[in-house]
Design a binder for this molecule. Structure first.
Ligand SMILES: Cc1cc2nc3c(=O)[nH]c(=O)nc-3n(C[C@H](O)[C@H](O)[C@H](O)COP(=O)(O)O)c2cc1C
Length: 343
C-alpha cells in the first residue's frame, strides 16, 4: 500500500457552488462518522444541527474540562469531528463547503457545512474512511517495528494541508529534554486535586455502560516510569492508583515523536489543529500505525512556552504525539447521533 497523500476535493473551500440539500437518509451516518473523532477524555464536546441545506457544528461547553479553561482542547476535539464529517460527506460523492466560525457573535457555532456536487471519492479518502472504525488512541505497548517508508512525510503533508505543521522530534538531546519536561509537568499535574477529580469523572470501570469517557480497557494501571520506558513519554495517569486499568504498559519505544503546531493560537487555529490531527491519525491507522496523545504538559502555559522554545517550534504546540505500529485495536464507545443534536 502506498502512503501517498490522500487527494481530492475534501480539502478545498468554496462558496459560489450550487448547494445540494442534505440527504435526510444519510444524516445519521454523517454524524455517527463525525462522532468517531478523538476528543479529550472522550468528552465528545460536539453537537450538530441539521437543516435542509446545512449541517452546523457546535461546541458543547458543558463538556469542557476545568483543565482546559479557554476551551483549546475542546475546539481541537470539535475540529477532529469536523474532519470526520467532511470525510463522510465526501464518501457520498459530495464536496463539503465549510464556513469556519461563520458568526463571530455566536461563540458556540464552530462551522457551517454545505454540500455541493463533488468528484468521486479518491482512493486515499476511501482508505482513511475505512480506517476510522479501528483508529484509536494507543496507550499500550507498540510493536518493535519501524514505520512504513514515507509515512511520516505523508503525515506532515496531511497536517500542512489542514493549516498545521507536524514537527518531528529526532532522538537525542532535544528528545531527552522534552521527555524530562513532560515527566516533570505530568507528575505535578497528577497530584493536582482538581485534575484528579476530573480524571475520576471521565474514566469508566470495566462493565460500565457509559458511552463517553475513557474505559478501563484503554488505559494501564499507574506505573512509575522506569528506564525501560525511555523513549516513551510519560502518559497521563488515568488510573490514579485505583488499579482499574486493564492495559499492559512498557514495551519498545515509540517509532516517532512529533508535535502538532499551528502558527497562531486562536479558535480557528485550534479547529485547524483538530482537523489536521484526525486526518493524519486516520491516514496512519490505514497503515496500522497509531498514536499516543499527550496534552497534559500543554495545559500549563509556562510549560507550553518552554516546550516551544526548547524545541525551536515554528508556532504554538497543540498536541504531542508518539507513533508506532500495533496489531491490536480497541474502539471506545461514542454517544448515539440522536444525543448529539442541537435543539
Ligand atoms: C484535544 C485532545 C487531547 C487529548 N489528550 C490526551 C492525553 O493527554 N492523554 C491521552 O492518553 N489521550 C489524550 N487524548 C486522546 C483521547 O483520550 C481519546 O481520543 C478519547 O479517549 C477517545 O478514544 P479514541 O481516540 O481511542 O477513539 C486527547 C485527544 C484530544 C482530541
Amino acid at each position: 500500500m502506498s502512503s501517498s497523500r490522500p487527494q481530492g476535493a475534501i480539502y478545498a473551500r468554496a462558496h459560489a457552488r450550487e448547494t445540494v440539500p442534505i440527504p435526510a437518509d444519510q444524516v445519521s451516518y454523517l454524524i455517527r462518522t463525525a462522532a468517531r473523532a478523538p476528543s479529550v477524555h472522550n468528552t465528545q464536546p460536539w453537537r450538530f444541527k441539521v437543516s435542509e441545506d446545512a449541517i452546523e457544528l457546535y461546541a458543547d461547553p458543558r463538556r469542557k474540562l476545568r483543565m482546559d479553561p479557554v476551551g483549546r482542547e475542546m475546539l481541537i476535539s470539535c475540529g477532529a469531528a469536523l474532519f470526520g464529517l467532511r470525510l463522510a460527506i465526501r464518501s457520498l460523492g459530495y464536496r463539503p463547503d465549510v464556513d469556519l466560525l461563520p458568526d463571530p457573535g455566536r461563540l458556540r457555532l464552530l462551522a457551517r457545512v454545505r454540500l455541493s456536487a463533488g468528484p468521486p471519492l479518491t482512493d486515499g479518502e476511501r482508505r482513511m474512511l475505512e480506517a476510522i472504525p479501528h483508529r484509536h488512541t494507543h496507550r499500550g505497548p507498540f510493536a518493535d517495528e519501524p514505520l512504513p517508508n514515507g509515512l511520516l512525510a505523508a503525515l506532515q503533508h496531511d497536517a500542512r494541508a489542514e493549516g498545521a505543521d507536524l514537527v518531528l522530534v529526532q532522538p537525542g538531546i532535544i528528545h531527552r529534554q522534552l521527555a524530562e519536561i513532560v515527566n516533570a509537568a505530568s507528575r505535578r499535574q497528577d497530584l493536582d486535586s482538581s485534575a484528579r477529580a476530573e480524571i475520576r469523572r471521565w474514566t469508566r470501570v470495566i462493565g460500565s455502560t457509559a458511552r463517553d469517557g475513557i474505559p478501563a480497557q484503554a488505559f494501564p494501571v499507574t506505573r512509575i516510569p522506569t528506564t525501560s520506558q525511555l523513549g516513551r513519554l510519560r502518559q497521563r495517569d488515568f488510573d490514579l492508583g485505583r488499579e482499574l486499568g486493564l492495559l499492559t504498559s512498557g514495551g519498545p519505544p515509540a517509532a516517532a515523536t512529533a508535535v502538532l503546531v499551528t502558527r497562531g493560537d486562536h479558535r480557528a487555529d485550534w479547529l485547524h489543529a483538530g482537523q489536521a490531527l484526525h486526518r493524519l491519525l486516520a491516514h496512519a491507522a490505514d497503515r496500522w500505525v497509531f498514536a499516543s496523545l499527550y496534552t497534559q504538559p500543554l495545559e500549563a502555559a509556562v510549560i507550553r512556552t518552554l516546550i516551544r522554545s526548547r524545541l525551536g517550534l515554528p508556532g504554538e504546540a497543540q498536541m504531542l504525539l508518539q507513533l508506532g505500529r500495533a496489531r491490536n485495536t480497541l474502539a471506545t464507545a461514542r454517544r448515539e447521533p440522536a444525543e448529539l443534536m442541537e435543539p
